[in-house]
Ligand binder design. Structure first.
Ligand SMILES: Cc1cc2nc3c(=O)[nH]c(=O)nc-3n(C[C@H](O)[C@H](O)[C@H](O)COP(=O)(O)OP(=O)(O)OC[C@H]3O[C@@H](n4cnc5c(N)ncnc54)[C@H](O)[C@@H]3O)c2cc1C
Length: 296
């Protein structure tokens, strides 16, 4: 099933994101997480891709394993930075053969070893919109999602121009947008409004990542440098007296975000799980939910 079909059901589709582990203990932990989260029945699961391709086989392995072993729809992230047209084609051919019908088409960030150095070309696709067009032209049956940045992408010249480029991705064939993480829902609602004004009329899925520790909060700040950490969140985290308390406070904040998004009928909520199940399970329990699939 294509993600756009799930989103067209008019309910809030809750999805998870996993990343492919780099070593056997990581795979073991991930499978425990998947087992624990399975009963929450996500609308779909997405798997990240290491820009530059170093971990591309790990992504392919996890995506195809999830397709075989779970009932959930699987979305494979795919970044185009540093990839030739032939490389992209070979990756997409393999996905098509394995029954993967949904791609999150991204530019990715140039790996640091390529910034300082060497001869490898930047790739055949300068922007994510070029990858969207390529998929649309060559794999017309595939569903395509793209990223959006409520607080602005770090490399954008300005926020007005950014919406023009976002519209290019949608006009090229993207079915929906998944946002970068944010902690203040007003940023999301304003972004959705600005998309509508710009003529972008596809569903915008809200990206939510609970703070689960102080180091994880610093990691988020690096991952998404434009992210505003509201004073209320920082106070709640500082008030906590133990590591567990920080996790509880961060999960509570994310749960409140989720409750508000559900109340206001967001088309989708994408949970950045970081391969952990505890916060996601606690969020579901706090909201009194038996399962996450297509909530009203
Ligand atoms: C939901 C989500 C999932 C992600 N998953 C991954 C992942 O799995 N792996 C990974 O490596 N990274 C991932 N990222 C990070 C993402 O790859 C980086 O943020 C990257 O820098 C931007 O990718 P993009 O697809 O938004 O790029 P683009 O849409 O190409 O935009 C990048 C920048 O270029 C500008 N731009 C776009 N088109 C033009 C144009 N024609 N002319 C001039 N400027 C233009 C945009 O305004 C923006 O500032 C994810 C991000 C999100 C929000």
């Amino acid at each position: 099933m294509l993600i756009k079909e799930i989103l067209s059901e008019g309910k809030t589709a809750v999805s998870y994101e996993f990343f492919p582990p780099k070593n056997p203990p990581g795979w073991e932990r991930l499978y425990q997480t998947i087992t624990k989260l399975n009963h929450l029945n996500p609308a779909y699961i997405s798997v990240t891709y290491g820009a530059g391709g170093a971990t591309r086989e790990h992504t392919h392995k996890l995506v195809t394993q999830l397709v075989r072993e779970t009932d959930a729809e699987i979305v494979a992230h795919l970044t185009c930075v540093g990839h030739s047209r032939d490389e992209m084609k070979s990756i997409l051919d393999r996905y098509a053969e394995s029954g993967v019908h949904n791609i999150l088409a991204l530019k990715g960030d140039t790996p640091s070893d390529r910034i300082v150095g060497r001869s490898k070309p930047p790739g055949a696709f300068p922007h994510a919109s070029d990858l969207v067009s390529f998929i649309k032209d060559n794999y017309p049956g595939m569903g395509i999602g793209v990223s959006g940045f409520p607080e602005g992408h770090p490399s954008s010249v300005n926020r007005l121009e950014e919406l023009v480029y976002l519209k290019e991705k949608v006009d090229a064939g993207a079915d929906y947008i998944v946002t970068q993480l944010f902690f203040d829902n007003r940023d999301y609602y304003d972004f959705v409004d600005r998309c509508i004004i710009a003529g972008i009329n596809v569903p915008v899925i809200a990206g939510i990542m609970p703070v689960t520790g102080l180091s994880n909060m610093n990691h988020m700040a690096k991952l998404a440098p434009r992210t505003r950490f509201p004073s209320g969140l920082i106070r709640a985290v500082n008030r906590a007296e133990t590591d567990e308390g920080v996790e509880m406070a961060g999960t509570h904040w994310a749960t409140e975000q989720m409750r508000d998004l559900l109340d206001r009928g967001a088309p989708g909520i994408h949970l950045y799980t970081l391969n952990n199940s505890a916060s996601t399970i606690r969020m579901g329990e706090s909201l009194g939910l038996v399962g996450f699939h297509n909530l009203r």
